[in-house]
Design a protein around this ligand. Structure first.
Ligand code: GRF
Length: 203
């Protein structure tokens, strides 16, 4: 299986996936790491590992549609079986999400369906949540609402600020995202209607 990973920043989730793929010998290769930002730190990590990189700078396009069309063209040049959004901070058009239906994953730093959108840790703390976490899900036209593959839960601790909670959630992200991608590349995911689960019924 060929993976294309999209980033916008440091790419710590991309890094976790690249390392797990190599260390665990997945039936997969990282075909490319693509960013919408030329200054994304993760591009250097990928280049240092000999992984193809590309930049599609969203500032260079007049519309969201034009950007998404160019992004899809560049992605398809790498013939991916799966496109992985890893800290990719762009909202994608319905045409784009339809093009990659059931082969486009994202990780969101909350226990969906709670706290869709931005500033999830601040909002969880403001509500006095006792647990928090992250969700790996397939991407659909509706933001942060696609079929859930895996979730990771972490405790909220007294005195947590958003920075502390974000760091704890990030450790869960680095656990569940590689595992979720591995399930996909091993063809272990089974769909029933609009929901998906591991063929052995793993949680
Ligand atoms: C993470 O919190 C992730 O959940 C969100 O973007 C943040 C940065 O991710 N999507 P990364 O370090 O760039 O992978």
């Amino acid at each position: 299986k060929r993976l294309v990973i999209l980033i916008s920043g440091r790419g710590s989730n991309m890094e976790a996936i690249v390392k797990a793929c190599a260390a665990e010998g997945w039936p997969a290769s990282i075909a490319a790491v693509i960013s919408n930002r030329p200054d994304a730190g993760g591009l250097q990590f990928a280049a240092d590992r000999g992984i193809a990189t590309a930049v599609v700078d969203h500032k260079a396009y007049a519309s969201r549609d034009d950007f998404d069309a160019e992004l899809a063209r560049v992605i398809d040049g790498f013939s991916p079986d799966l496109v992985v959004l890893a800290g990719f901070m762009r909202i994608l058009t319905p045409a784009f999400t339809a093009r990659y239906e059931r082969r486009l994953l994202n990780i969101h730093p909350s226990l969906l369906p709670a706290f869709t959108g931005l500033h999830t840790h601040e909002r969880a703390l403001a509500m006095g949540c006792k647990v928090a976490g992250a969700t790996v899900h397939f991407v659909t036209a509706e933001l942060d609402h696609g079929a859930i593959v895996m979730q990771g839960v972490v405790p909220v601790k007294p005195g947590d600020d958003a920075k502390a909670l974000a760091a704890r959630v990030l450790t869960a992200e680095h656990r569940i995202y590689p595992q979720s991608v591995r399930w996909f590349v091993e063809d272990a995911l089974v769909w029933s209607g609009d929901t998906v689960q591991h063929r052995d019924g793993a949680p």
